[in-house]
Design a protein. Structure first.
Length: 82
């Protein structure tokens, strides 16, 4: 079973460009259990599709924190189309 969560980047730094988006996607995809990631600088939104049996949500937040981003969960997101 997979789960999708959506985060909003708050505070500084924020996602500024496509390079920031790609960095978030690249780093989160290294976590075991992550299936899909999308990051959008325009909306400051990060959506993650993952397997909760392999990864806890707190690990995602922790990894975003290591990248310097403070986030708040804005609820389950619609599952991205594959």
């Amino acid at each position: 079973m997979v789960k999708t969560v959506s985060y909003h980047v708050i505070g500084d730094p924020q996602l500024h460009c496509e390079s920031c988006e790609q960095r978030v996607v690249r780093v989160l995809k290294t976590l075991t259990g992550i299936q899909q990631v999308s990051a959008d600088a325009a909306s400051q939104r990060i959506e993650v599709l993952f397997d909760p049996a392999k990864l806890e949500e707190s690990a995602i937040v922790d990894r975003l924190g290591l990248l310097g981003y403070t986030t708040e969960m804005i609820g389950p997101a619609a599952r991205p189309k594959e």
